[in-house]
Design a protein around this ligand. Structure first.
Ligand SMILES: [Cu+2]
Length: 353
């Protein structure tokens, strides 16, 4: 009797708890969905499903082959499993079924079928691997892409241009991307342009990209490389050849000298505040090589490996607390900056177009 009362007493609140959990879970799911939908708005999708070059189309096609083949296998195997479970389930009065130990025909069958499937997949895959391994042409525009913890450096050895996290390429011209790493394993990946390639320390790999359409394509590091790996992104700007030439010519110039008093005060801070230890700003200082080249930082759309915008507010946030903005990153200031210093440096950096 006591147990029964106890039971009836418990039940309503237990049901309430379950309902609360369900309500919370559905609220959470709705919020997550909304966040995903919002995140998808206004950004060029970083997806392999919208290839824009021959190499990316080849990988995409291969993905479809493997996906549909995998789906067919899944449906057949799970279908057979479900059919067997229901058709041969134990019914009342059933006795132990006949016990078999091995079935030669079946075993030969399920060895041969996957073998044929794997050989077929290889037959599709190998030509794509070879096609995508095509050497870049001799007159391809050469770009060294160098992985750093946790940002990308781009260096055009023939043009002399050095920049960070924003790779510019002229449309319709093959590019030879020369892939290196400064420290640990990274991976260079712009899904719209082609598949990934590891950036291996001590090793140089080259791949070819032939952009077919202008636009801005997101990329990111695709190999875990430490604390800020998830915050290591970049963009590829594919533009008309004359726009590219103008961009490159401008990148080659020294920094735009500051004109306002505030910006001049910013420039005067580069050495005392420690920035010059790590950053190069051509025309002012060229000893720093640990951080991105800032000569034309104001001409880029983002900072901090594309995890923040290039705006006054973003720069102020970045300078007041780089570690808080991007945990683990290697911009360690010798001392915190004062508000006045941040204001002056921000004004100065905004002017480095
Ligand atoms: Cu990484």
């Amino acid at each position: 009797m006591r147990a029964l009362m106890h039971g009836t007493h418990l039940r309503p609140s237990a049901t309430g708890a379950v309902q609360r959990v369900i309500r919370r879970a559905s609220l959470g799911a709705a919020l997550l969905l909304a966040a995903l939908v919002l995140a998808a708005c206004g950004v060029t999708p970083q997806t392999i499903l919208e290839p824009t070059t021959e190499a990316a189309r080849a990988s995409h096609w291969l993905f479809l082959v493997v996906f549909w083949a995998g789906l067919a296998v899944f449906v057949v195997v799970e279908g057979a499993l479900l059919y067997t479970i229901f058709r041969y389930r134990r019914r009342r009065g059933d006795s132990l079924p006949a016990q078999t130990h091995g079935n030669l025909k079946l075993e030969i069958g399920w060895t041969i079928a996957p073998t044929i499937l794997v050989v077929l997949l290889a037959a599709f895959t190998v030509p794509v691997i070879f096609a995508n391994a095509q050497e870049p042409e001799d007159d391809a525009i050469r770009v060294e892409a160098i992985g750093h913890q946790w940002w990308f450096e781009f260096h055009y050895p023939d043009l002399g241009v050095v920049t960070a996290n924003e790779l510019h390429l002229p449309v319709g011209k093959p590019a030879a991307i020369i892939i290196k790493s400064e420290d640990v394993l990274h991976s260079f990946w712009v899904p719209a342009l082609r598949g990934k390639l590891d950036m291996v320390p001590g090793r140089t790999s080259v791949f070819r990209i032939l952009p077919e359409q202008t636009g801005t394509f997101p990329g990111q590091c695709a190999e875990f490389c430490g604390t800020a790996h998830a915050l290591m992104r970049f963009t590829v700007v594919v533009e008309e050849p004359d726009e590219f030439d103008a961009w490159a010519a401008h990148q080659l110039t020294d920094r735009v000298p500051p004109t306002t008093e505030l910006a001049q005060a910013g420039e005067a801070l580069l050495t005392p505040a420690g920035c010059a230890l790590c950053h190069t700003i051509r025309g002012v200082t060229d000893i720093g090589t640990i951080g991105p080249d800032l000569t034309h930082v104001g001409s880029r759309a983002h900072i901090a490996a594309n995890t923040m915008g290039m705006s006054r507010t973003d720069l102020e946030h970045w300078l007041s607390d780089p570690t808080g903005m991007k945990p683990g990153n290697l911009m360690i200031l010798p001392r915190p900056l004062t508000d006045d210093e941040i204001e002056a440096l921000t004004e100065y950096l905004m002017g480095l177009k």
